[in-house]
Write a protein that binds this ligand. Structure first.
Ligand SMILES: [Fe+2]
Length: 574
């Protein structure tokens, strides 16, 4: 069975994923191909084309197109809840009741049109809508590898109407226990505060999370943003998650917080600094978010966790690695699987896996995220030849050893190897690497290469043999989705990646999933005594991660990087 998942209904992060007989053969975000971060208001044309071509699948042979956005029945609670809570914006309220699937119909038309452009034969191929949160849940549960019953959690801004999903998976089926609906959205509140703190919603949430450890959550109490209601919560839309006339406006821009929030907390943060009181607001927001997720789990999932100890998590909220550390620290959680593409790009994979499972395929667990395009040495050489005179290149006989020599000497190195990662994290396919004990390397990468905020932490890739010693945990961590407390004895050995709160966001690398990256870590172990590298994504601030050799070279020449390892080629600037 061939299932093509296509995401992008929420006007950001379109992507495609292809399943053949339950195996995830290819998946990629559209932003990488069109070089436009989050690819807002675009359809997943290039990514879908890539998936089909990579798999050698004739578009006419696709059995199902799975779409992670579905019509919502008026008989259920979602549209009524939305209409009631948005009483102050009657146009929206009435629209939800009388024309509540308008967006779905428009998306369906777009996807049918896109399919025709791709060569899908709609008289044979079936279009299958899957609810947005069911798609997130599927991307976590069906790919987790959990064979026993497990709890499932989904947290994001919103899908059609749902914002939060609590349920369980058993025997290959997903069961919904409880959903919350817009505007009662924990992800939405985090997003609105992200905007207030001067970042872009859907992009800057992880910056707020990075800023939080610099602040003191007890200094300002943000709990008036979310009130307890029955067995759940109610967002205070007088302050956040507001629409229409309630929204704060500045310089022609509209935000999801209100003028009342500004009256309460002071002016919106406008510069790049991490300072008072905004660091404390970030800390309070993070604490509030964690508190509410824990409260919901206690209420709706604790009995399942007590039974199984397993939790699968997806949705934009699952990108919050600090929350994930708290989840893993729960005494009732033994195993936590966080879908690495837990933002909306992952819903293409989630919808596809849900459709495959419900039509009789067995979906294989996720083994890695290297699901994008790869390029040969010859293709890299062609790209290099376009830059003759600007750089020199030589074929390496020992790429791991030669790269480790450069890193150990204190140089940052751009590392382009194999298939591109699916999901927002660079995991050794399209990375900028550094030696985590080279003094000042983090500042150098921030200021000269990435051009990003100096206070944001970097991640660490670790050889599997030393991971437990550094992270003080045996729990799997292949995707940089969880932070860990760094062992005291290691903090001085890797100072450039330890965050101000003593944690690190980690990727434990195994030989099977990325042999070349593993060889590099082994070579670092030999040279420095530490089998680790600092790892950040191969892109500059505001740009999508690099996809092709041409993208890598454009990024290389637009930064102060001196070294680029492009498959077997070592490229140095003239
Ligand atoms: Fe989502």
């Amino acid at each position: 069975m061939i299932v093509l998942g296509l995401s992008g209904a929420l006007k950001h992060d379109p992507s495609a994923a292809l399943l053949v007989d339950g195996e995830t053969v290819a998946a990629a975000e559209e932003e990488r191909f069109i070089r436009d971060k989050h690819a807002k208001n675009k359809l997943p044309l290039h990514s879908a084309r890539f998936c089909l071509e990579y798999a050698g699948v004739d578009p006419a042979d696709v059995d199902y197109v799975a779409f992670p956005y579905a019509p919502i029945n008026l008989r259920g609670p979602a549209r009524w809840h939305y209409a009631k809570r948005y009483w102050y914006a009657p146009d929206r309220s009435l629209d939800a009741l009388f024309n509540g699937n308008r967006r779905f119909r428009a998306h369906r038309r777009s996807i049918i049109g896109l399919g025709k452009e791709l060569g899908i034969n709609w008289s044979r191929t079936q279009f299958v809508p899957v609810e947005h949160h069911l798609s997130h849940a599927s991307s976590a549960y069906h790919l987790s590898g959990f064979t026993q019953k497990c709890a499932i959690l989904g947290v994001d801004g919103k899908g059609e109407y749902a914002t939060t999903f609590l349920g369980y998976g058993e025997g290959g089926r997903i069961h919904k226990i409880k959903e919350f609906y817009d505007p009662d959205s924990l992800g939405g509140v985090y997003g609105a505060v992200t905007e207030y703190l001067g970042f872009e919603m859907l992009d800057g949430e992880y910056k707020v999370m990075g800023m939080a450890p610099y602040g003191d959550a007890s200094k300002y109490d943000l709990s008036p943003l979310i009130a307890a209601k029955g067995d759940g919560f109610k967002v205070n839309t007088a302050l956040v998650n507001a629409v229409g006339l309630r929204r704060y406006k500045d310089a022609g821009q509209k935000f999801f917080f209100t003028p009342k929030l500004v009256d309460w907390l002071g002016p919106r943060r406008l510069d790049d600094a991490a300072d008072d009181p905004y660091i404390h607001y970030a800390a309070s927001m993070q604490a509030l978010f964690e508190k509410w997720v824990m409260t919901l789990i206690d209420h709706y999932l604790a009995d399942i966790l007590a039974e199984t100890g397993k939790l699968a998590f997806a949705g934009g909220g699952a990108l919050n690695v600090k929350l994930n550390q708290r989840l893993l620290a729960r005494p009732d959680v033994d195993e936590l699987f966080v879908q690495p593409a837990s933002g909306d790009s992952g819903t293409a994979l989630g919808a596809a896996t849900q459709v495959a499972m419900s039509h009789g395929d067995r979906v294989s667990p996720m083994r890695h995220v290297y699901l994008g395009p790869s390029y040969t040495n010859e293709q890299c050489l062609t790209a290099l030849q376009a830059h003759t005179g600007e750089c020199q290149w030589q074929k390496m006989t020992d790429p791991a050893g030669q790269t480790a020599d450069l890193l150990a000497a204190g140089h940052p190195v751009a590392w382009f190897q194999g298939r591109m990662e699916f999901g927002p994290r660079a995991l050794g396919g399209r990375s900028i690497l550094g030696c985590p004990n080279a003094p000042g390397i983090a500042d150098r990468i921030n200021e000269q290469i990435k051009f990003r905020e100096r206070w944001r932490p970097f991640c660490l890739s670790i050889l599997d043999q030393v991971a437990a010693e550094i992270l003080q945990s045996e729990h799997p961590a292949p995707y940089m989705t969880i932070t860990f407390n760094v062992a005291e004895s290691w903090r001085s050995r890797i100072p450039e990646v330890v965050h101000v709160d003593g944690t690190v966001r980690a990727q434990v690398v195994e030989r099977d999933t990325n042999p070349r990256y593993y060889a590099l870590l082994e070579a670092m172990q030999v040279r420095t005594g530490n089998g680790v590298v600092l790892n950040t994504s191969l892109n500059r601030r505001g740009e999508a991660m690099v996809c092709s050799p041409q993208d890598a070279l454009n990024m290389f020449f637009g930064s102060d990087l001196q070294y680029l390892v492009l498959e077997d080629w070592l490229v140095t600037k003239c």
